[in-house]
Design a protein around this ligand. Structure first.
Ligand code: NAD
Length: 252
């Protein structure tokens, strides 16, 4: 069996479900020690961690909508590894609508929530990770952005698209600035992934699939596989890249 992640320590945010859970399972299966993170579904995440086995060092509860939570999350996760984290997958995110026609209060609240969870918390985790990686000779940062960050989204998701576009710029900047210190930083830009974030009703599902030439959404396992490949260091020269995972629905 190929075990490219043996000896590595990974924090995967938002790993109680969806892409994050798929990544936690795969990273552990590939030999990494994994720190999982959950927001409200902590019991579910603990049950998943137990099912994965001793490769999971713990599950940390943190609400990333709270200012400073990202910095604390990295510190707690790093402590669980004895200061050896060398992979971070920033996966947690929300897909919150902010319609142009909403009242001002709703509009501003939605923007603040989306930017806090999708961008500011991710930036805090990234900052803490890069500082630690620099001090210990290197590490890999994988930030889950979105096709919306390049292409834009529908009119109800301006904040989501803007947050993901900013994640792309942040990731590229870290890759350029800290590559000399052994820091590798990648962004992923998935189109629809088959998780609870994707459309759940028949009409929405059909509309989503109709724009994807291969006729289906990406599976969470596919996104996890890309994370594992990048985290393995097998293609360090791809640092700074943003990898599309969208079934050719948006070819740049
Ligand atoms: P999901 O809803 O199943 O998972 C999102 C994760 O984020 C959950 O684990 C959740 O607990 C966590 N999260 C949400 N709010 C949080 C908060 N306040 N504090 C801490 N954690 C919080 O959806 P998913 O599809 O697995 O999403 C994973 C990533 O992929 C997200 O960044 C999302 O934006 C991105 N993405 C998803 C799709 C899609 O179609 N599903 C498409 C493109 C990008």
């Amino acid at each position: 069996m190929n075990l490219p992640l043996v000896g590595k320590y990974a924090l995967i945010t938002g790993s109680s479900k969806g892409v994050g859970l798929a990544a936690a399972r795969l990273f552990a299966a590939q030999g990494a020690r994994v720190v999982m993170h959950a927001n409200t579904a902590v019991d579910a995440a603990r049950a998943e961690a137990e099912a994965i086995g001793p490769q999971v060092l713990g599950v940390i509860a943190a609400d990333l909508s709270q200012a400073g939570a990202g910095t604390r999350l990295f510190a707690q996760a790093d402590a669980l590894t004895g200061g050896r984290l060398d992979i971070v997958v920033n996966n947690a995110g929300i897909y919150l609508a902010n319609e142009l026609g909403a009242d001002d209060e709703h509009w501003h609240r939605a923007w603040a929530s989306v930017l806090q969870v999708n961008l500011l918390a991710l930036a805090d985790v990234s900052r803490a990770a890069v500082r630690a990686f620099v001090s210990r000779g290197g590490g890999s940062l994988i930030n889950i952005a979105s096709r919306a960050g390049y292409r834009g989204d529908d009119g109800d998701h301006t904040a989501y698209a803007a947050s993901k576009g900013a994640v792309l710029a942040l990731t590229k900047t870290l890759a350029r600035a800290y590559g000399k210190d052994g820091v590798l930083a990648y962004a992923l830009a998935p189109g629809w992934i088959d998780t609870r974030m994707a459309p759940q009703n028949a009409a929405g599902l059909a509309a989503a699939k109709s724009e994807i030439p291969i006729g289906r959404m990406a599976a969470p396992d596919e996104v996890a596989a890309m994370c594992a490949f990048l985290a393995s260091g097998a293609c360090a020269s791809a640092t700074g890249a943003c990898i599309d995972i969208n079934g050719a629905s948006y070819v740049r």
